[in-house]
Design a protein around this ligand. Structure first.
Ligand SMILES: N[C@@H]1O[C@H](COP(=O)(O)O)[C@@H](O)[C@H]1O
Length: 200
């Protein structure tokens, strides 16, 4: 399973996936997945994760294009250069245009730090706390043309502790997100997760 991952920031979930793939290789039970390229919407993203492993990278900045559709087409071209079986938005803080979704879904996933359909959008952790929620979660979904509205593949509930800050809660959510992401890639690679069926 050839995988392209898109990030915008620290990429800690991506790092966990890369390490899980390495560990599986080392222990003689390969995951059957390989990250063949890592892309970003900003040069600020932690692309060192790729260079330190000899994985090709690309950066496609929205501001270098006259509109979102043109940016999306350029991003799609870069992704398709690597003919991925699966593309993952992992902390990729941009909405991808319909043509991008059309070309790649259902083999196009996103990770989200809430128990969807609760708290969609870019401030999910903050919104859960502001709502006074006692629990939130993490979700892996197939990307569609809505904001975090795609078919859900895996999700898990996470309690919110009274002493939590946005940062402590988000870190605990990421621990679960990583586990769900790794399990999802494993399931797609070994055929136990069928994206077409989930998207149907
Ligand atoms: N959109 C959200 O932003 C966070 C990115 O974390 P990282 O993988 O860049 O550390 C993740 O929680 C992701 O769901």
């Amino acid at each position: 399973l050839n995988v392209v991952v898109l990030i915008s920031g620290t990429g800690s979930n991506l790092r966990a996936l890369l390490e899980a793939i390495d560990d599986a290789e080392r222990t003689g039970t390969p995951m059957g997945a390989r990250v063949v390229a890592i892309g970003a919407d900003t040069p600020e993203a932690n692309l060192a994760l790729a260079t330190e492993r000899g994985i090709p990278t690309f950066v496609v900045r929205p501001r270098d294009y006259e509109n979102r559709a043109a940016w999306g087409d350029a991003l799609l071209q870069e992704v398709q250069r690597f003919t991925p079986d699966l593309t993952i938005l992992s902390g990729f803080m941009r909405l991808v245009p319909p043509a991008f979704v059309e070309a790649l879904a259902p083999a196009l996933l996103n990770t989200h730090p809430a128990f969807l359909p609760e708290f969609p959008g870019a401030h999910a952790v903050r919104d859960a706390m502001a709502a006074g929620a006692t629990q939130t979660g993490a979700t892996i979904m197939i990307v569609d043309n809505g904001v975090d509205t795609g078919p859900i593949i895996e999700q898990q509930r996470i309690p919110i502790h009274p002493e939590d800050t946005e940062a402590t809660l988000h870190e605990r959510i990421k621990v679960v997100e990583r586990d769900l992401l790794i399990r999802t890639v494993q399931g797609i690679a070994n055929g136990t997760i069928n994206l077409k069926e989930i998207a149907a």
